[in-house]
Design a protein around this ligand. Structure first.
Ligand code: ASP
Length: 370
């Protein structure tokens, strides 16, 4: 489908400029940013043309902005791995023609999409900035203008002295923070600050000035872009809670075609020690299901073996997810299992820091520096 989608230039403030100006491709997928009210009073996505009319200020950016709109813009609650693979294919197709990319996306699943694209785009050397809005662009108190304008500036940003790409990674920009794609979490549905960077500082802050933290940003990759074409969707998130029954755990972990499970545990990775729970886990891992242990806590990390209630997990083959978010963990499972590697390599990749989703842990010593 990516072959049929062609961008159109909407702002050409670079035309006639003496110095070369940045060119950025905006990929519009839908979301509140471009929604209007239907006859029943519900918010539904609209075509991009209406957004563009409401943002004449884009001209003042002095760059060339092109737009490619998905044929049917969607509410991001309808996003699936199919859309992620489609987005990756679009980015691959237009990679050489632009300095940077902005993905306009609904906020509900933006953190999942940004993480998924982080994995699919290996050796990314240009910015791919996800943004959206809490209030549609047509409303007077919209945050769409500010978010889109700043995301465009970030997508075009260069190091002041070296002139090289400043943000060669997939990120979420929202309200006033730039967040690594594998660290983003939607934390707010009522206020403008919808996203938080979890277990890692923001990569930039947008106040009066745009302040990048170059010590945190990724360096340019050594090799060329590699776009991965597969994601394994036979995966699940199992969130523990006091009182979860054997019947329910069995129904999930016993699903015949299950390949991977993010197990959301308590605290630093602790889980019940009841024999039936351990038996369910053992049967799953022995069948070849990869179980990734992720904490329900918003801060901190999984340290299997700190308590008796997590020591048994390592023995059962459960993989400690360290300080990864659930969003990054489930998309990492999809990506790594989609690579179709042997069991040992798969486990090693799941334990490793692939796209900045895990902070190096002195305690575990398993992570590879990003
Ligand atoms: N339901 C919307 C979406 O995720 C919410 C938003 O964009 O803020 O598409």
């Amino acid at each position: 489908m990516a072959e049929q989608l062609q961008p159109s230039v909407i702002v050409d403030a670079a035309a006639g400029a003496t110095a070369p100006r940045a060119s950025v491709l905006v990929i519009y997928t839908g979301g509140t940013v471009g929604m209007s009210v239907n006859k029943r009073g519900e918010l539904v996505p609209m075509k991009f043309g209406q957004i563009q009319k409401k943002m004449p200020e884009l001209r003042q950016l002095g760059m060339q902005v092109s737009v490619l709109s998905l044929p049917e813009p969607i509410d991001s609650s309808n996003v699936t791995p199919t859309e992620w693979l489609q987005l990756a294919a679009i980015l691959q197709q237009h990679y050489d023609a632009y300095d940077g990319f902005v993905v306009l996306h609904g906020t509900d699943t933006m953190a999942y999409s940004a993480a998924a694209l982080s994995y699919l785009l290996e050796n990314l050397g240009k910015p791919v900035i996800f943004t959206g809005a809490q209030v549609p662009v047509g409303r007077i108190r919209t945050d769409a203008r500010r978010n889109l304008v700043t995301a465009l500036e970030i997508a075009a940003a260069r190091h002041p002295r070296a002139g090289t790409v400043r943000v060669p990674e997939v990120c979420v920009f929202f309200n006033d923070v730039l967040i690594r794609g594998t660290r983003a979490k939607k934390v707010e549905s009522q206020h403008y600050s919808a996203f938080r960077s979890e277990n890692y500082p923001p990569l930039a802050r947008a106040g009066i000035e745009l302040e990048f933290d170059d010590n945190l940003l990724r360096l340019l990759p050594a090799g060329p872009l590699r776009v991965h074409p597969h994601l394994e969707d036979r995966v699940v998130v199992l969130k523990l809670f006091p009182g979860i029954t054997e019947h329910m755990v069995r129904a999930i972990l016993g699903a015949a075609d299950l390949r991977g499970c993010v197990l959301e545990t308590y605290g630093s990775g602790n889980a019940p020690t009841s024999p039936w729970f351990l038996q369910c886990l053992r049967e799953a891992t022995e069948r070849g299901v990869y179980v990734l242990n992720v904490s329900q806590c918003e801060e901190g990390r999984v340290i299997q073996g700190r308590y008796e209630t997590s020591a048994h997990l390592t023995e059962l083959g459960v993989i400690g997810g360290e300080d990864i978010t659930t969003e990054a963990a489930i998309t990492k499972l999809m990506y790594v299992l989609g690579l179709g590697r042997d069991a040992e390599t798969t486990r090693r990749l799941l334990l490793s820091d692939l796209r900045g989703e895990i902070s190096v842990s002195q305690a575990a010593g398993t992570s590879i520096r990003f």
